[in-house]
Design a protein around this ligand. Structure first.
Ligand SMILES: *Cc1c(COP(=O)(O)O)cnc(C)c1O
Length: 478
C-alpha cells in the first residue's frame, strides 16, 4: 500500500477533488481494443477503499495468524529480518546484465551460501537456478540422464520411486523422459528392500527418495539401500523437502545420495503458500559437478566470477542465476542460526512426537506404521468415519471454524483418511495444545455440525469436484 501510494502521489494530486470520470477515449488505442463503456468500478472515498482492502487482508490466513501445520510443507515462522535484508536496495536494484565486477558482494554471498549448504548436506557443489523443489527434481533428473549418457549407459530409462513419494517426483522423472516404477512400502512404512531388489536392474537410472519420508519416518535402512542402488550402477536422488527433520544431525551426502534438492521456501526462511517466489537449489557429488547448469560462481584470487566454460553442462533451466532474494534470506537465516541450526531438527521432532502422542492417546485418531516419527506424522480418521461418518475432509473444514489452518489431508496416498501434521519448531507448547484440543473437540461434536462445516467462514463448503473441473479463473464483468 505504502509503495503504491508513493508511486502515484503526483497523479493523485492532479485529480479533481470530487467525482472522478474515467475517460475511455485515447487516440493511440485501436478501436477494436477500446472499451465500449467505462469500467464498472465504484467511485469511493479513500477510507472506504482502505477499509475494503483491510477487511480482505483480515480474511486471509498466514503463519502470522496462527499455527499452520500443513504436513510436508514446513510452514514455519520466518524471521522478518531475512525479508528486510533481502529488500535492501543494494540487492534489489542490481540488474542481471550488469558487469560482474559491480555486484561482487552478491556473488560473495552466493559463494558463501554454497559453502554452507555443502557443509549442511555433505554434497560437493550447488546450483541455485531451480525456482522450486519440483524444478530442482527436474534438474536432478536431467543430471541423471547426462551422467548415464556420458558413461555410455544409454539403456538406463527407469526411475524407481516409493509409494510414499510426493507427486512431483514421478512427474519430474517422467518429464525428463524416464519410465517411473513405483514400489510399495513395507508394514513399517519404509522402503521394502525385497521390492526394491526385484526392480533394480541395468535399466535403472535412479532411485528417488525422501528421508525422512512423507509419513515422517526415517528410512533407517538407507545405507543398505544406498549399496543396492549403487551396486546396480544407478544414482540416488534425495528429495530434501523434509530436511528440517535432520538439519545439523545427519547429512544426505553421508547417506550416499548423489543429488539432492532443498526447498529454501520450506526449510530456509522464505515464506510460501502464496505462489512464490521460492528456490530449489540442487547439490551434487563431485562426479556430477560438471553437468550442473551454467554459470557457476567461482573465486578467482580475491574476485568472484561467473564461469560459463563448462562443456558438459546440461545448459540452463532458468534465466540468469535463480531467485537471488530467496537465497539472501537463506543466507541471513543461516548466519543467524549458526551452530543452533541443529535445534531446528531437535525441536521440530520433539513437537511432532509430543503432538502425535497426545492425539493417539485421545483414542479418536489412529497412527498407522512405526511409532517414532520425525518432524511430521500422519494419522488416520478411519475410526471417526466408521463410528460417526466423519471424514478427514470434514475435520479439516471444521478446523476453519475454530480459526485454525487445517493440516494436509489425503496424503500420502497409502494412509486412508489421512491427516498429515507438521507442527514445526517455531510453535509453542500452548499453540500445539490448543490445536490438539480442537482436534479432540471436533471428534466429540455432533457429526452433522462437522459434516456441514465450515459455518463461520466467508466462503462455506465448496464443491471440490466442480472447483477442480470447472475453475473460474477470470473476473466476469456482468
Ligand atoms: C513440497 C514438496 C516437494 C515439491 O516442492 P515445491 O517447492 O513445492 O515444488 C517435493 N517433495 C516433497 C516431499 C514436498 O513436500
Amino acid at each position: 500500500m505504502y509503495r503504491f501510494a508513493r508511486f502515484d502521489e503526483p497523479l493523485l494530486n492532479k485529480l479533481p477533488q470530487k467525482k472522478v470520470e474515467i475517460d475511455v477515449y485515447h487516440p493511440s488505442i485501436p478501436d477494436k481494443l477500446r472499451r465500449k463503456r467505462p469500467p464498472n468500478i465504484p467511485n469511493l472515498e479513500e477510507q472506504q477503499v482502505v477499509r475494503h482492502f483491510f477487511r480482505l487482508s483480515q480474511m486471509n490466513y498466514g503463519i502470522e495468524n496462527g499455527m499452520y501445520p500443513l504436513g510436508s510443507c514446513t510452514m514455519k515462522y520466518n524471521p522478518k529480518i531475512c525479508e528486510d535484508i533481502a529488500s535492501w536496495r543494494e540487492f534489489t536494484d542490481i540488474h542481471p546484465y550488469q558487469d560482474e565486477s559491480t555486484f561482487q558482494g552478491t556473488l560473495e554471498m552466493l559463494y558463501e551460501l554454497e559453502a554452507m549448504l555443502k557443509e549442511i548436506t555433505g554434497m560437493d557443489a550447488f546450483s541455485f537456478q531451480p525456482a522450486a523443489g519440483a524444478h530442482g527434481e527436474f534438474l536432478g533428473m536431467l543430471l541423471v540422464r547426462a551422467y548415464h549418457e556420458f558413461n555410455g549407459d544409454t539403456d538406463r530409462k527407469e526411475v524407481i520411486i516409493p509409494d510414499t513419494a510426493h507427486g512431483t517426483n514421478p512427474a519430474s522423472a517422467k518429464m525428463a523422459g524416464f519410465d517411473v516404477i513405483e514400489i510399495p512400502s513395507n508394514n513399517e512404512g519404509t522402503v521394502d528392500l525385497e521390492a526394491l531388489r526385484k526392480v533394480l536392474s541395468d535399466k535403472t537410472a535412479a532411485l528417488m527418495l525422501t528421508n525422512p519420508n512423507t509419513l515422517g519416518i526415517f528410512e533407517s535402512d538407507i545405507l543398505e539401500i544406498e549399496k543396492m542402488v549403487h551396486d546396480a550402477g544407478a544414482l540416488l536422488y534425495y528429495d530434501g523437502a523434509n530436511l528440517n527433520a535432520i538439519l545439523g544431525k545427519a547429512r544426505p551426502g553421508d547417506m550416499g545420495f548423489d543429488i539432492v534438492h532443498l526447498n529454501f521456501h520450506k526449510t530456509f526462511a522464505t515464506p510460501h503458500g502464496g505462489g512464490g517466489p521460492g528456490a530449489g537449489p540442487v547439490g551434487v557429488k563431485e562426479s556430477l559437478e560438471k553437468f550442473l547448469p551454467v554459470p557457476r560462481i567461482k573465486k578467482d584470487g580475491k574476485r568472484y566470477v561467473l564461469d560459463y566454460d563448462k562443456p558438459y553442462s546440461i545448459g540452463k533451466i532458468r534465466d540468469f542465476y535463480g531467485n537471488i532474494e530467496v537465497c539472501i534470506k537463506a543466507y541471513v537465516y543461516l548466519l543467524m542460526m549458526g551452530k543452533s541450526l541443529k535445534e531446528v531438527a531437535e525441536i521440530s521432532v520433539l513437537n511432532s512426537n509430543y503432538m502425535k502422542e497426545k492425539l493417539k492417546k485421545s483414542g479418536f485418531y489412529e497412527l498407522p506404521y512405526k511409532d517414532l516419527r520425525k518432524h511430521e506424522f500422519v494419522v488416520s480418521c478411519e475410526k471417526l468415519l466408521r463410528e460417526k461418518g466423519i471424514r478427514a475432509l470434514d475435520v479439516a473444514k471444521r478446523l476453519l471454524d475454530y480459526g485454525m489452518h487445517p493440516p494436509t489431508i489425503y496424503f500420502p496416498l497409502i494412509v486412508k483418511e489421512a491427516l498429515m501434521i507438521e507442527p514445526t519448531e517455531t510453535e509453542t507448547k500452548e499453540d500445539i495444545d490448543a490445536y490438539v484440543d480442537a482436534l479432540i473437540s471436533i471428534a466429540k461434536e455432533d457429526p452433522e455440525v462437522v459434516r456441514s462445516a465450515p459455518s463461520k467462514t466467508p466462503v462455506k463448503r465448496v464443491d471440490e469436484a466442480s472447483a477442480a473441473k470447472n475453475p473460474v479463473l477470470t473476473w466476469k464483468d456482468i
